[in-house]
Each structure stands twice: as C-alpha cells, then as structure tokens.
Design a protein around this ligand. Structure first.
Ligand SMILES: NC(=O)c1ccc[n+]([C@@H]2O[C@H](COP(=O)([O-])OP(=O)(O)OC[C@H]3O[C@@H](n4cnc5c(N)ncnc54)[C@H](O)[C@@H]3O)[C@@H](O)[C@H]2O)c1
Length: 364
C-alpha cells in the first residue's frame, strides 16, 4: 500500500536544484516539509522560492520538529557520515549525495547505524536509473550479447582553478579525493554495477596541472571475475568534455557518449562488420522507453522500497562496492602495486581514508 511521506533536504547549495526537481516530481508520494542549511540566508531564500514551509539551521532541531520519513542530503562529502547517522537515528531513511562518505570505515559505521535503527540509506547514483542503463543490465543478465570482454570508462571533464576556489574542494580532508571520487564516480559506479565483480586494479594518479592536493587525473587497468578487462580514466583537464563508456561483448558493442546525463540517443549499438544477427539487434531495439538517468527516478524507487519496508536500490553492498574500488585504486596508485578486491580491511590505512593518511589509522 502506498502512503504519503514527509521529506526534508539538508544542504541548499549549488546542487540542491536536482533534489528540488526530484521532490517536485514525486509530490504525489511525498511532501517536502523542510530544508536545513548552516547558511541561514541561503536556506531562507531556497525555502521561499520553492514553497518549502519550514527552514532550519540545525539538523537536530529539524529532525525533532518535523520527524521526516526521508531526508535528502546535499552537503559537502566530509559532512555526510555524521549527518546520515543522525538522520537514521532520528527515524528517517536517507538519500545521500555521492561520494557517500570518506572511507570504508565510515561506510561500515553507517551500516551499523542502519542495523540499529531499521532505516536504510541509498547513495545518489542517478546514472543507474535511465531506461538504457536498465535495459543493458537485463541484456547482460540474459547474455543475449554473450559475455562482456573489454571495456572503457572515461570521465574526461574540465574544471578550472575557479572550481577549486570553493573552500571544500581540492583537499583530501573535505573533498575526499579528486575526479576519481567526485566526478568519475557516476560512470565508474554504472560500469561496476553492470559488469561481473571487479577483482584487481592497477592504477596511476597525478596532480599535473591544477593547484590542488588531490589528483587531477587518474588511470586504472581493471580485471573482473571472469577475466574481463577494462580501463578507467578520470580527468578534470580535458577541454572537450565527455563521459564515454564502451562495452565489447562477444556479439556486440554498446557505447554511451554523453556529459552529465543521457537519453537513448546517446547510446550506440554495433555488431561486428558484415554481421547482422536479427535476434541480437531485436534485443537491443526492445529499448523504446526513453527515461534519462535522473534523481527523481531513484527517489521514486526509494519510496517504493519504503512502502515495502525493504532495502532500497544503491544501498548496502550495492553502495559499498564503488567505495572499495576507489580506495583500492588510490592504494594501487600510491604503492605501485596491484590491489585485489577484499585486500583493504581494518588493518589497512586505506580502510580509513582514500589517501591512506597515517593519522586516519587512529580514527576510532
Ligand atoms: N549527483 C550529482 O550529479 C551531483 C552533482 C553535483 C554535486 N553533487 C554532490 O552534492 C553535494 C553538495 O555539492 P554542492 O555543489 O551543492 O555543494 P555546495 O558547497 O554548493 O553546497 C553545500 C551546502 O551545504 C551546506 N552545509 C554544509 N555543511 C552543512 C551541515 N553540516 N548542515 C547543513 N548544511 C550544511 C552549505 O552551507 C552549502 O549551502 C556533494 O556531495 C557533491 O558531490 C552531486
């Protein structure tokens, strides 16, 4: 049975518009009752402009006064873990922006809070929710195109020094990492979700142009469970920007070329030259619905999960996979050694931070 939920947003900065649009699109199912920001002027303006009835500068006051069923978190990455746990403890489910948290240690702490409270968290990964990505997921599961073999996953974006003037950006402590963890994370998550489990990563990172602490480029070679191989590149130094994903299967190639979101027209299907297998083509052409990967599709699916009181999409192991991959990529880049899935546990500094900083080991 569906019910109407009360929702709130924490963080009313640059990216809140995605969440305001999502909230508006699901207003048949959920009422946005409040917003919170430590910047009083900003939260007042956003509430006034969007008809949100109550504004707060304190999350605990908002939780006590409004008892929301779901909270959308849109604050800088280093603030996420504490806010998520506070919301779960306050009785709310959580839909939190990427990167979800600073480390695997933080993720495991959040999981313990989910276990204690019976509430769930979902990480924003809107790229998984477009019709073309979902269609490809089904094709990979039914193996109509054969096994995946070779892949490319490139997030080649352009961010100037101006972008890094925002105080929390460009630093390990507050941005968590560079484009690997903040920008390329969308396409990388999509790739890792679609393919068999990743097994091994060998990577290099560099800070070769921007005046920042974190990397401005990373490159990785990755091997998957059945021996499949792919390359991953993340950059903020690429004047002609693109997000490009390519998957070569035994019988077809599928590519998507877009920037921040895609429609069906961004996807391309090919068979080997001179081959036109009608069954393979027909399977791809079953894609008729054209829904872009946007926040509201994921939000609606979370509301469905709340109706059923079951774990929502992009939660639990489905959220942890990308964090482990990125921690492993950074560890491989720093050590010059391959890192295997499962290598990073509580005795490893990379369990506590993405740059393996030694003081992180003292974090409880
Ligand atoms: N999914 C996407 O496509 C996408 C796109 C861009 C950004 N993001 C993510 O959205 C998040 C926010 O990014 P942004 O660009 O909006 O940042 P921003 O700096 O523009 O805004 C963050 C807001 O959070 C507020 N804030 C900070 N700490 C707070 C706290 N403890 N309690 C309440 N409010 C607090 C700040 O005052 C600010 O108004 C980041 O995690 C970013 O990675 C996601």
């Amino acid at each position: 049975m569906t019910k109407t939920y009360r929702t709130a947003i924490i963080g009313t900065g640059r990216s809140v518009s995605n969440h305001l649009i999502a909230a508006r699109m699901v207003q048949d199912r959920a009422e946005l009752v409040a917003a919170v920001d430590i910047d009083e002027a900003r939260v007042k303006t956003v509430c006034a402009e969007n008809g949100i009835p109550h504004w707060y500068t304190s999350v605990s006051e908002m939780l006590a006064a409004e008892s929301p069923d779901l909270v959308q978190i849109v604050t800088p990455p280093a603030t996420h873990k504490n806010l998520i746990i506070e919301c779960l403890e306050g009785g709310a489910w959580v839909y939190c922006e990427k990167p979800l948290c600073a480390s695997l240690a933080e993720f495991d702490e959040i999981t313990r809070a989910e276990d204690r409270t019976g509430r769930y968290l979902s990480t924003v990964f809107q790229w998984r929710f477009g019709s073309a990505a979902k269609h490809l997921k089904q094709i990979i599961e039914d193996q109509t195109f054969g096994r995946p073999l070779v892949g490319v996953c490139n997030t080649l974006w352009y961010r100037t020094e101006d972008y890094y003037r925002v105080p929390w950006r460009g630093k390990w402590a507050t941005e968590i990492g560079g484009p690997t963890v903040t920008l390329g994370i969308h396409l990388t998550d999509l790739f890792l979700w679609l393919w068999p489990d990743w097994q091994e990563v060998r990577a290099m990172t560099g800070t070769i142009e921007r005046n920042i602490e974190v990397e401005d480029v990373s490159m990785a070679l990755v091997r998957f469970a059945g021996g499949e191989m792919a390359t991953f590149t993340n950059s903020v130094l690429s004047p002609r920007q693109e997000s490009y994903l390519r998957m070569d299967f035994q019988q077809a190639t599928v590519e998507v070329n877009a920037l921040y979101r895609y429609n069906n027209e961004n996807w391309r299907f090919s068979q080997p030259e001179g081959v036109d297998d009608p069954l393979v083509r027909a399977r791809w052409e079953e894609l008729t619905e054209d829904i872009p990967g946007r926040h509201e599709i994921q939000l609606r699916e979370i509301l469905d999960s709340m109706d059923q009181n079951q774990r929502p999409p992009v939660s639990g192991v489905e959220s942890r996979r990308i964090l482990e991959f990125i921690a492993s990529l950074y560890k491989s880049a720093a050590s010059g050694q391959p890192v295997l899935r499962g290598d990073i546990g509580p005795n490893d500094p990379y369990y506590y931070s993405m740059n393996g900083s030694p003081q992180a080991l003292t974090t409880p």
